[in-house]
Design a protein around this ligand. Structure first.
Ligand SMILES: Cc1cc2nc3c(=O)[nH]c(=O)nc-3n(C[C@H](O)[C@H](O)[C@H](O)COP(=O)(O)OP(=O)(O)OC[C@H]3O[C@@H](n4cnc5c(N)ncnc54)[C@H](O)[C@@H]3O)c2cc1C
Length: 494
């Protein structure tokens, strides 16, 4: 018998006590434990068990979550287990069932789509990680950049098709990338030219007047880049839609079932949840920014969780709509390194989000909410002081080289993951799920596409200035993040 991997997180040296697994923990008697606003993936072993949703506009407006299979209450044997029920986990399950005839079992610590997928800005971009196409060329050269573009573009088209099939308030109106100061304009113009000439998009520049007249009177902008590829969605309705489709094909979704321990016996993965063990031949990890440090050594220190804040106002009155000249629900981002993302939602509420605190412990500090209310007043002066109806935050999965990975990190272990989208996962997560399903099903051999950088290597460890990469830097990441936030603020605002 061989045994590898981690054992239960709380008792790292203890073996699984099968008798104690028969005792349901308190979370089962009270499946909706309160939302923990200070949750921090770098400190907590897992995202909780049966916690309530974050108080988001999406949760308030999505309707009842679809039926699920409840908490796992006994030991089971499965072929494929998926950890995490966000858009990545649910699309992996959907495509495994739809295209490969594999009915996976999904384990979710809290409620369905509880993590980023119920908290995001819902801005579906034609992107995957944090890097722009010009940066792809710098990093990998034109040939690879073109192949990567074809792949991401296929993913975006697939996402577009899904948004037509799933009722998710989709607005297919493109993306306006607003220059918040004059020196950003040539940078945007160069990217727009590259998008047109090298990649064949119809991306173009717009004057501030065009933005004001055609979209909204956003007062900071001095001009913008417009790309036609951009779809704003209701991310929770969308993920619920993926889940309903997956369950209709025989997928099982156990909520309130956090994986709290993981070890491998003779190649079989034993995933310990509070009241049952899942013995799985293959495991797909889809835990995004909610990946605990103790979940798997394959992911430890390879994801940098970054907190992002979001607010939604009360509905704008007709007079406010006129004063701000909002004519479109096209989504907007600005050129700050710590960018703001915003849009008018269906029902005329304004959503805006940006960076938040560095640690979970500081997430409730009013300064982070003020960053957003100040931005509303600066960008849309007629809305200064408008009532905020919803305020929340969530952990974005940033990789240390700003690009995601959809990969099997070690060939001898039947474990795969799709993480590291860096705040660009609304559209790409569905394609990542499709590719992950192909890999888990063993249909990825001999296909050139899997040679691309996002498929070909594991997530890197932290690095210093892109030069030296080492897990030894991990304890200092937040010190570095605080320094970088100060530097970005000076660069963005001064
Ligand atoms: C505030 C915010 C704004 C964002 N805005 C945008 C945007 O506008 N555009 C964009 O493209 N992207 C955005 N993103 C990112 C985007 O939401 C995600 O990339 C996308 O939803 C895909 O998420 P996911 O399925 O990978 O992870 P998630 O939706 O986070 O799902 C992971 C799930 O794994 C579960 N889990 C974790 N550990 C365990 C465990 N041990 N056992 C069982 N379950 C576990 C969690 O509970 C969670 O539900 C934003 C993210 C945040 C936080």
């Amino acid at each position: 018998m061989t045994m590898t991997g981690t054992v239960p997180f709380a008792t790292a040296s203890a073996a699984i006590d099968s008798a104690s697994l028969q005792q349901p923990p308190p979370s089962h008697q009270a499946p909706f434990r309160p939302y923990d606003p200070q949750y921090d993936p770098l400190h907590a072993p897992d995202p909780g068990a049966g916690r309530a949703y974050a108080p988001t506009w999406w949760v308030a407006s999505a309707g009842e979550p679809p039926e699920d299979d409840g908490p796992l209450v006994r030991d089971i044997d499965v072929d494929v287990a998926i950890i995490g029920s966000g858009a990545t986990g649910m699309s992996t399950a959907l495509y495994l069932a739809q295209e490969h005839g594999i009915r996976a079992t999904v384990l979710e610590a809290n409620q369905a789509a509880w993590g980023c997928s119920s908290r995001s800005g819902g801005q579906g971009q034609n992107a995957s990680g944090r890097l722009k196409r010009s940066q792809w060329i710098q990093r990998w050269g034109m040939d690879t950049a073109k192949q990567l573009d074809a792949e991401i573009r296929s993913g975006f088209e697939n996402f577009r098709e899904l948004t037509r099939q799933i009722d998710c308030d989709a607005f297919d109106g493109g993306h306006l990338y607003l220059a918040h100061r004059r020196e950003k304009l040539p940078v945007l113009a160069a990217e727009a030219q590259l998008m047109r000439e090298k990649f064949g998009y119809a991306t173009r520049m717009m004057s501030a007047e065009e933005v004001h007249e055609g979209y909204c009177d956003e007062r900071e902008t001095v001009g913008a880049m417009f790309e036609a590829e951009g779809i704003g969605i209701h991310p929770l309705k969308f993920t619920f839609g993926l889940m309903q489709r997956a369950r209709a094909l025989g997928v099982t979704v156990h909520t309130s079932s956090p994986v709290q321990g993981w070890h491998t016996v003779d190649g079989v993965h034993h995933l310990q949840t509070p009241a049952g063990v899942v013995r799985a031949r293959r495991v797909a990890v889809c835990t995004g920014g909610y990946t605990g440090q103790a979940l798997s050594p394959l992911l430890k220190n390879r994801i940098m969780p970054i907190l992002s804040n979001s607010v939604v106002t009360r509905p704008l009155t007709d007079a406010e709509l006129q004063a701000t000249n909002f004519k479109s629900q096209t989504f907007l981002t600005d050129t700050r390194t710590l960018r703001f993302y915003y849009r008018l939602l269906k029902g005329n509420r304004l959503q805006i989000g940006s960076r938040s605190s560095v640690s979970g412990a500081d997430a409730e500090h009013p300064v982070h909410l003020k960053l957003l209310t100040d931005a509303i007043a600066r960008k849309f002066p007629p809305l200064a002081g408008i009532r905020i109806d919803y305020s929340w935050w969530g952990w974005v999965d940033m990789s240390h080289d700003m690009m995601p990975r959809i990969t099997q990190p070690e060939a001898d272990k039947k474990v795969w993951y799709a993480v590291g989208y860096g705040g660009n996962g609304v559209s790409f997560s569905t394609w990542a799920g499709k590719r992950l399903a192909e890999r888990v099903a063993g249909k990825d051999t001999g296909k050139d596409v899997f040679e691309l950088p996002i498929y070909g290597s594991p997530l890197p460890f932290p690095n210093v200035l892109g030069l030296v990469e080492s897990r030894a830097f991990a304890p200092f990441r937040r010190v570095g993040q605080r320094m970088l936030y100060k530097w970005y603020w000076l660069r963005d605002e001064k």
